[in-house]
Design a protein around this ligand. Structure first.
Ligand code: GLN
Length: 391
């Protein structure tokens, strides 16, 4: 089978140029699910990427190759894209640090659009310090992306370098809320206990940790899949074999469009385009797309409320540790359900940092679990500070 239309969502872009100018050596492109649609990297047009902790398991996705490369120490840092969790969930599965910046913090110029109102370029690192170093370089306004923000870019790296890690209570006065709904039914017991011990560790470091309820949390997942698929169906219409994508020759133009798309796009991508086209079509728009937008507003408001009381909200980055290759490929709903912890953050446009926080049984050495820390818009500096002190 020829490789699907795209290989890597991030072309030689603004961010890669900035990294090179800052002295980085770019060693390669990494694998991912086609167009960033997936949670395991099994939906790649190339090969299956394995998890360095246990090569019978997935590295997560969609940016699984980037997480796996850092985890296997093939590189120190890498880039990925996060539309609904594609940096944070693989970071958790591979035991590395993953950062999803605030929407607009990093330019999307050169990133292939999946769902433009949710897409963000994020970074992976072996440590919070490395991740902060990369963010300092790639963040900031870019005239080629009108949604990129002009908000000041702090020197995240120097900020961490100046922290004294010798204080006994370095997190004094930091208020942390554990999102209650993320530790309930459907979440593996080992994941829950890793998050609870991370919370006690944060408390020992001086912060105040309390439980906070966000009843709209579980509504985010179905709304995300409607919105992301709707935007994808529109964004991917340019892959018609003429403007973009592989062209299949045919006698007539419509046949050429049809055959090019049928041949060039993978199964999951076609499924998303169909779902999105359906949700946007006359007669269904109000019941699906409009409803999902209303849920998005609700989710945003509930985060605003919770972040009015707490500096940081915490949850697992995924309901389980890495699962076996092939385990969920025939059950898309089970695969989508695994994104429950991350998608709300994209709908609200917030920053979130994932740091390794424990292990559950599995493989020969155990499987890593990641703690997700969510903050207010443009609070990446505070998240990195807490993450650095925590790790
Ligand atoms: N797994 C989610 C999806 O398939 C998130 C993907 C992403 O963040 N790129 O849509």
């Amino acid at each position: 089978m020829p490789p699907p239309l795209q290989a890597h969502r991030i072309l030689l872009s603004h961010r890669v140029r900035r990294l090179r100018e800052a002295g980085a050596i770019v060693v390669g492109k990494t694998n991912l699910d086609e167009f960033g649609m997936g949670s395991t990297t099994e939906g790649s047009g190339f090969q299956v990427t394995t998890n360095p902790w246990d090569d019978s398991r997935v590295p997560g996705g969609s940016s699984g190759g980037s997480a796996s490369a850092v985890s296997a120490r093939q590189c120190v840092v890498s880039l990925g894209s996060d539309t609904g969790g594609s940096v944070r969930q693989p970071a958790s599965f591979c035991g590395v640090v993953g950062l999803k910046p605030t929407y607009g913090r990093v330019s999307r110029f050169g990133l292939m659009a999946y769902a433009s109102s949710l897409d963000v370029v994020g970074c992976f690192g072996s440590s919070v310090f490395d991740t902060a170093t990369i963010l300092s370089v790639i963040a900031g306004h870019d005239k080629m992306d009108s949604t990129s923000s002009s908000h000041d870019v702090p020197d995240y790296r120097s900020d961490l370098a100046s922290l004294s890690l010798l204080e006994s209570k370095p997190l004094n006065n930091v208020r942390i809320g554990i999102i209650q709904e993320t530790l309930g039914e459907g979440v593996d017991a080992g994941v829950v206990s890793s998050i609870r011990s991370a919370a006690s560790h944060l408390e020992q470091l001086g912060s105040v940790v309390e439980e906070v309820s966000m009843p709209s949390f579980s509504l985010g997942l179905p709304a995300y899949y409607i919105l992301a698929s709707s935007e994808a169906s529109s964004n991917l219409s340019r892959y018609d074999g003429i403007r973009y994508g592989q062209q299949v020759s045919a006698d007539d133009l419509n046949e050429m469009y049809g055959d090019s798309r049928a041949n060039g796009l993978g199964h999951e991508v076609k499924m998303r385009i169909l779902m999105g086209t359906y949700a946007l079509s006359a007669g269904y728009y109000d019941a699906y797309y409009k409803r999902a937008q209303q849920v998005r507003t609700l989710v945003k408001k509930s985060f605003e409320e919770a972040l009015g009381k707490y500096d940081i909200l915490i949850s697992p980055a995924a309901p389980s540790a890495a699962y076996k290759i092939g385990e969920k490929t025939n059950d898309p709903l089970a695969m989508y359900a695994g994104d429950i912890m991350t998608v709300n953050v994209n709908m609200a446009g917030l920053p979130a940092l994932v740091v390794p926080c424990g292990f559950v049984e599995g493989g020969s050495a155990g499987l890593p679990v990641g703690l997700q820390m969510i903050g207010s818009p443009f609070s990446e500096g505070s998240l990195l500070r807490v993450g650095h002190i925590f790790e």
